[in-house]
Design a protein around this ligand. Structure first.
Ligand SMILES: [Zn+2]
Ligand SMILES: [Zn+2]
Length: 295
């Protein structure tokens, strides 16, 4: 029996200290944590954020050939995992979208044999929500989130090689409003347009437990309230979406698999029974095991 029969999940979005300057776990530490959490597999998807500067004053990008040489040989496909095997490992990247660099970003997604390429919006109109919230957030959450979803939709349209649209609700983490959770009703048309495009492009909708954790720990939501807006997911399904990926976006071992069992239990309650991961860009579907964890 696999040690992972409690949560047979592939965690599709994580970072390593060697490649992401904001991370603090080695490859070995992340794999140990994945085994301890009972994950079926885990991906390293380190940051590639042209246009952002690290705290050390360097551009926030990876040496891609060196990353390939280090990571690619370590791959162990979750789909081929046998009883007694350690968790699978996938080679990925999280690309931060900036329109002015889109050609360079498209090329790097095309140039390497990624299992998983995530496109994420970390910066909007040149501003970072963490460092310059006053330049990002408007008095109305609807206005802010409409603008953000338009940019995410642009990123999905431009980066057709990306398999996963990362943390659509990332900007909720730092919004100054008291109840910043991103809701379907904030931007109904924009959500619909994004989902229609993602479904056409076979791009997965990521549920990032980092946002759930942040809303619960720092923004005053209960765990149940911090879960994604059920209307967002129901609309995605209604439009025909069937690619939902799950990630803890762990930068440290303590965060590997964080809130994944609770989120799976919650998704099951919403009638969502399957999740997706990618190997060499090809989707694989897994189903949630019934879990004793309740939310
Ligand atoms: Zn991100
Ligand atoms: Zn990330």
């Amino acid at each position: 029996m696999l040690p992972s029969d409690n949560i047979m999940i592939v965690d599709t979005h994580n970072h390593l200290t060697k490649w992401s300057p904001d991370a603090g776990q080695t490859f070995e530490e992340m794999m140990q944590a994945a085994a301890a959490q009972g994950l079926l597999g885990i991906a390293a998807t380190d940051h590639y954020d042209i246009g952002s500067m690290t705290p050390y004053g360097a551009e926030w990008v990876i040496d891609l050939p060196a990353y390939y040489e280090d990571m690619y040989p370590r791959r162990r496909l979750p789909s081929e995992r046998q009883p007694g095997d350690p968790p699978g490992f996938l080679y990925g990247i999280e690309v931060g979208y900036l329109p002015e660099h889109k050609d360079r970003l498209k090329a790097l997604i095309a140039d390497y044999p990624w299992d998983i390429a995530i496109i994420s919006l970390h910066i909007i109109n040149g501003h970072d929500p963490f460092h310059s919230p006053e330049k990002v957030y408007r008095p109305s959450l609807s206005d802010t989130y409409r603008e953000i979803l338009l940019s995410i939709t642009e990123s999905a349209a431009e980066m057709t090689g990306a398999n996963i649209i990362g943390h659509y609700d990332y900007f909720a983490r730092y919004a100054p409003q008291d109840r910043p959770k991103m809701l379907y009703r904030h931007a109904m048309c924009e959500f619909d347009d994004l989902f229609r495009l993602m479904i056409r492009n076979n791009q997965a909708l990521e549920i990032n437990t980092g946002t759930i954790w942040k809303l619960q720990q720092a923004r005053g939501y209960t765990l149940e309230e911090a879960m994604p807006d059920a209307e967002v997911l129901h609309r995605y399904l209604e439009l025909g979406g069937n690619l939902i990926s799950l990630s803890s976006d762990a930068h440290y071992t303590a965060n590997v698999g964080r809130l994944i069992p609770e989120t799976c239990a919650w998704l099951l309650k919403q009638g969502i029974t399957e999740y997706v991961w990618f190997e060499s860009g090809k989707p694989f579907h897994g189903s949630f095991c019934p879990s004793s964890v309740d939310v």
